[in-house]
Design a protein around this ligand. Structure first.
Ligand code: GLU
Length: 440
């Protein structure tokens, strides 16, 4: 039984980087008919906020990434304490008292000597009396997991075979001085207790994975399958981390990005499968293969989402957008014609309002100087409304006969006068929807 989880910390809004992780885990679970858990990693009481928990759920709901279960780490502190006791009992957990400043000094010395900055395990050599003295002086220490100095190996679902020398990694701190359990311990306890079989996450977690495998095994569990996807970069290959704040899912939503466009894009970005616009979740699930993703940094350009959104909207019948069209003020009886006419000329549903306003109130005419007289003459020949499917053809034929203009010189000034823009829907189809022509 396949079980995956998406494990955000509720310390901010979800962005495209988080979504990539969420989507991969979701698709693996759905493809296997398994379970997808939303796990809220909220062990940090200062930084975790309830409003972000709600926001994370809203964002996932907007995208249609439904979860089967919600788990919260803050409700599982008892289990983490049990795991800590077990690690102490089996001699894999030790208390260390160095201050951050002391640790920093050690690291600098090691680096100066050309050595990797790995924690030197000085705390392991403390006698009971020394430890008691330190505790009396400094209070509780931090608790570190004692790595077994062997190579840690796993077959990564994306990277392939990974082998990390445990001696090159510091013994991870699992409990802070103030007693707060850190992510690494909470995560492995959860993955084991919740029967998680597959973990996909960013390649910034590769070293964590090495230590987590040892902790899981020390606790008597079996490590899940791991896959580490490459990190997203900006279009120029620049680090995205600082700009992720501007790529929050709720901002993309406000800008009119459609869920299926976003999901289709991310489900293939960085994969050897061809980019494809998928219009429903089933297609997304069917076509997903985590092993097809590569390790190279993956370029992400937010601008790619808008043409895709436009293409997605073009595939939709009125039924799918009726509420939105009516909300823009288009009448029930014209909604079908309106949607058919404008859907090829919008990038997002936010553009619906502009076309609805144009049909209802008319547009501010755009008339080039050299067309002034021509347009004025043409407008006097425009029949009284309501217009119908023949209005444009009949009108432009009459204008052509009267002025001798033809082709682009005939049509473009009239389009710009009636719609205020050089591009747009077929004028013959648009005319019946125009209530007002301001040029008149
Ligand atoms: N809360 C962790 C993070 O957001 C989860 C990482 C994981 O998937 O294990 O980085």
């Amino acid at each position: 039984m396949t079980t995956t989880r998406f494990a955000p910390s509720p310390t901010g809004y979800l962005h495209v980087g988080n979504l990539r992780t969420a989507l991969m885990n979701y698709l693996i679970a759905r493809k296997a008919g398994g379970t997808f858990i939303l796990r809220i990693d909220d062990t940090d009481p200062e930084r975790s906020k309830e409003e972000y928990v709600d926001a994370i759920k809203q964002d996932l709901e907007w995208l249609g990434l439904t979860w089967d279960k919600v788990e919260r780490q803050s409700e599982r502190l008892g289990r983490y304490a049990e795991a800590a006791t077990k690690l102490r009992d089996i001699g894999r957990f030790y208390e260390a008292f160095e201050t951050p400043v002391e640790l920093d000094l050690k690291r600098k010395k090691q680096l100066n000597m050309g050595k990797p900055p790995v924690y030197d395990r000085a705390a392991l050599a403390l006698s009971d009396a020394e430890r008691a003295a330190l505790r009396a002086d400094r209070g509780q220490g931090v608790w570190r997991f004692k790595l077994d100095h062997q190579r840690i190996e796993w077959a990564d679902g994306i990277i392939g075979d990974v082998s990390i020398d445990a001696a090159s990694v510091s013994d991870p701190v699992l409990i802070r001085q103030d007693g707060q359990v850190l992510y690494t311990l909470a995560s492995v306890v959860d993955d084991t207790d919740m029967g998680v079989t597959d973990v996909v996450r960013g390649s910034d977690h590769v070293t964590n994975t090495a230590t987590q495998i040892q902790i899981i095994e020390a606790l008597g569990g079996t490590a899940p399958r791991f896959a580490h996807h490459s990190l997203l970069t900006g279009p120029q290959g620049e680090a995205l981390s600082k700009r992720l704040g501007t790529l929050a899912l709720r901002d993309l939503r406000a800008r009119g990005v459609e869920p299926m466009a976003l999901l289709s894009h991310l489900a293939r970005l960085g994969s050897s499968d061809p980019a494809e616009l998928m219009t429903d979740m089933a297609a997304l699930v069917d076509g997903f293969e985590v092993s097809h993703f590569g390790t190279a940094p993956t370029k992400f350009d937010v601008e790619d989402l808008f043409p895709l959104t436009g293409r997605y909207l073009q595939s939709l019948p009125l039924e799918a957008v009726r509420d939105r069209v009516l909300a823009a003020g288009v009448s029930e009886d014209r909604a079908e014609a309106f949607w058919t006419v404008i859907r090829d000329n919008i990038e997002t549903l936010n553009d619906v309002d502009g076309w609805a306003t144009l049909c209802r109130d008319g547009a501010t005419p755009v008339i080039d100087d050299e067309d002034r007289e021509f347009v004025a003459q043409a407008i006097t020949m425009l029949p009284e409304g309501p217009f119908d499917a023949d209005t444009w053809g009949a009108w432009t034929s009459a204008v052509k006969a009267a002025t001798g203009r033809k082709g682009r010189g005939l049509f473009m000034p009239l389009r710009k006068a009636l719609t205020g823009q050089a591009h747009g829907p077929d004028m013959g189809a648009l005319m019946p929807l125009l209530n007002v022509v301001k040029a008149r």
